[in-house]
Design a protein around this ligand. Structure first.
Ligand code: F6R
Length: 604
């Protein structure tokens, strides 16, 4: 959601903050603002891209400041509602990510004390409360203010009368400290900082930090100072750049041969024929030998649905997959089942809430995430990392394929713990896994052909995706990718379901993308394609390279290299991603930043 950065050090704060905001604008991008203390506190805000803001800021030499990119929650997109929000005496500025649930009540109380508000945001009450409680020490004012606030927040505060300090605090929204030499940072996430430092400290729930250019102090809710450990981030600046690609999304699709290798590295031994997680989760996984419950949102949820097919087939244990925001309405919690939360960012509020709920009900929990140190890794009993490097495009791509790889490795590990997998089976999976980067590269080499097919659907109002078995969640993901970046209405269906209702929507102008693999459902999917063709639409089949039958049934065919049916899901995904990408590109859509969406959804 909103992106947050605070800087104090030896450089000109304005330049550093603008630079960092550009790295953060994938979190939210409806408006942005910056506050600098250059003798006096000065605040500049603009609607739209960071570049609009950059043009409006005069030269300033202040070396301490804060910056924010907004994804609106309270109040329309406007200059007044952008952050920083400032106190009535214009001496204290705050930037905020999260939602203050009791802000209306607080606002009323403050208005009764003659406070006048200038924005519709929930954040402005924080600035007003800070002025109310300020008695010469800004961290004391923050402690006092937070006592009155209900909801979630990651905030950074600065005060003109104490121009050497930045205060950060978090509850249910991420915040990290970047540690440098003679300079320090506070940020909502890692890519903002990578150019300046790879040393980070993660704030835990309820903690507050006070940083100056050469000191960092962290306190818990009782104001007791806590000793924190520094983590070293292995991502580098290049990982967070486009490297010549027109969009981050395309770069991240093309990263996949490498990110698949990264997900396998150190975990799969062809020689020993074993699967091992360096993260030491073996004991935890032995809790998953009877049943597994997966919770996640969006694309990560679809990875969970793919995982269900994989785990059930390999381990022969039941898997329930639940949308995280629905999990709380689930009345049965089976303590003996392992709960796996899948979250690329490790910060999605709904997924974290489900994870906490599972843990509080006594279930053992495992997080699959891309971000070491993220809240998910702190809540869960154990975690495994996708190791995909930063994903900047709002639409998840490389992290989705790596989540699936980790679910497959999890299945293989559980099957070895249960002793239900023949050693030949394990060896075959290992060999096929090793082939995956090459198979995905083959798809990427065929990108122009996929673009040619994309032209067939770029002007459609609606596109359907169908598949059976493991290809059903891939259809859901293919449709989600297309709708979120191209704004074409798209829906994924289990191929057998069309005739139970959706056929009513099908016209000759509704292209259907059908995923067809050589498995026991093959003939049934062909029959479904026949039913569709009888109603006029064009069918684009995604089929095995050796399938000679499919051309008689579909109008266009995109091919993927033969592999086991379970593992074909990875190259098929690459086709779906490229199809969505090319359609969106042909329609000139803002691919990396689709309207109304943000990369990390930190509000429920
Ligand atoms: C879609 C997409 C989202 C995320 C969802 C969960 O392309 O990226 O649907 O998958 O918001 O995010 P994480 O995985 O960070 O919990």
């Amino acid at each position: 959601m909103c992106g947050i950065i605070g800087y104090t050090g030896f450089r000109e704060a304005k330049n550093v903050i603008i630079e960092c905001l550009k790295k953060l604008d994938y979190r939210g991008y409806d408006s942005a603002g910056i506050g600098i203390i250059d003798d006096k506190l000065q605040v500049f805000k603009e609607v739209g891209e960071i570049t609009h803001l950059e043009k409006e800021i005069p030269a300033m030499s202040g070396d301490i400041g804060i910056g924010h990119t907004r994804w609106a929650t309270h109040g329309k997109v406007s200059k007044e509602n952008a952050h920083p929000q400032i106190s009535p005496n214009k001496k204290i500025a705050v930037i905020h990510n999260g939602i203050i649930e009791n802000f209306k009540k607080l606002k009323e109380e403050l208005e009764n004390k003659e406070h006048t508000f200038t924005s519709q945001t929930d954040t402005e009450v924080i600035a007003h409360l800070l002025e109310e409680y300020y008695e010469g020490n800004i961290e004391e004012a923050v402690f006092a203010t937070l006592k009155h606030i209900q909801g979630s927040y990651a905030i950074v505060v600065m005060c003109e009368d104490e121009p050497e300090k930045l205060i950060g605090a978090r509850k249910e929204s991420p915040l990290i400290i970047g540690v440098g030499d003679n300079e320090n940072f506070i940020a909502s996430d890692i890519p903002a900082l990578l150019k300046y430092t790879n040393r980070v400290i993660y704030l835990d729930e309820g903690e507050l930090c006070v940083i100056t250019k050469n000191s960092v102090h962290v306190f818990d809710e009782t104001k007791k100072e806590v000793t924190k450990k520094e983590d070293i981030i292995t991502w580098n600046v290049k990982d967070a750049e486009k490297s010549g690609f027109p969009h981050f999304m395309l770069k991240e699709i093309f990263d996949q041969p490498d990110t698949i290798n990264q997900a396998l590295r150190g975990r799969v031994s062809e020689i020993k024929q074993t699967i091992d997680f360096p993260e030491n989760v073996e004991k935890l996984l032995s809790n998953g030998t009877d049943s597994i419950h997966i919770v996640a949102c969006g694309t990560s949820y679809y990875a969970g649905l793919v995982g269900k097919y994989i785990i059930e087939q390999i381990c022969k244990i039941p898997v329930i997959v639940e949308i995280a925001s629905e999990y709380r309405f689930f009345s049965t919690r089976n303590k003996s089942s392992l709960v796996i939360a899948i979250t690329q960012s490790g910060e999605t509020s709904d997924t974290l809430a489900a994870l906490r709920e599972a843990k509080n009900s006594g279930c053992k929990t495992l997080a699959i995430t891309n971000v070491i140190g993220s809240t998910a890794t702190r809540i869960a009993n154990g975690y495994i990392l996708t190791q995909s490097g930063p994903e900047i495009g709002v639409a998840a791509t490389k992290t989705f394929t790596s989540q699936i790889i980790l679910l497959l490795l999890t299945a293989l590990k559980i099957a070895s713990i249960k002793n239900t997998l023949g050693s030949n089976d394990l060896y075959n999976y290992i060999l096929q896994l090793k082939e995956l980067p090459r198979h995905v590269r083959q798809i990427l080499d065929n990108s122009d052909e996929i673009k040619r097919i994309a032209k067939q659907i770029k002007d459609s109002e609606s596109v359907f995706f169908i598949g059976r078995g493991i290809n059903y969640p891939l259809s859901l993901e293919g449709a989600l990718k297309l709708k979120e970046i191209s704004y074409i209405h798209a829906e994924g269906f289990a191929a057998g379901e069309l005739k139970h209702g959706p056929f009513a929507l099908l016209t000759k102008d509704t292209p259907v993308v059908a995923i067809v693999t050589n498995d026991p459902t093959y003939n049934k999917v062909l029959a479904n394609i026949g039913e569709i063709k009888a109603r006029g639409p064009q069918v684009i089949a995604i089929a095995d390279e050796h399938d000679t039958e499919i051309e008689k049934h579909a109008d266009f065919v995109l091919r993927f290299p033969s592999n086991s049916t379970l593992l074909s899901c990875i190259p098929i995904t690459a086709i779906l991603q490229l199809l969505a990408y090319h359609v969106a590109s042909l329609r000139n859509c803002p691919i990396d930043k689709p309207r109304n969406l943000a990369k990390s959804v930190t509000v429920e």
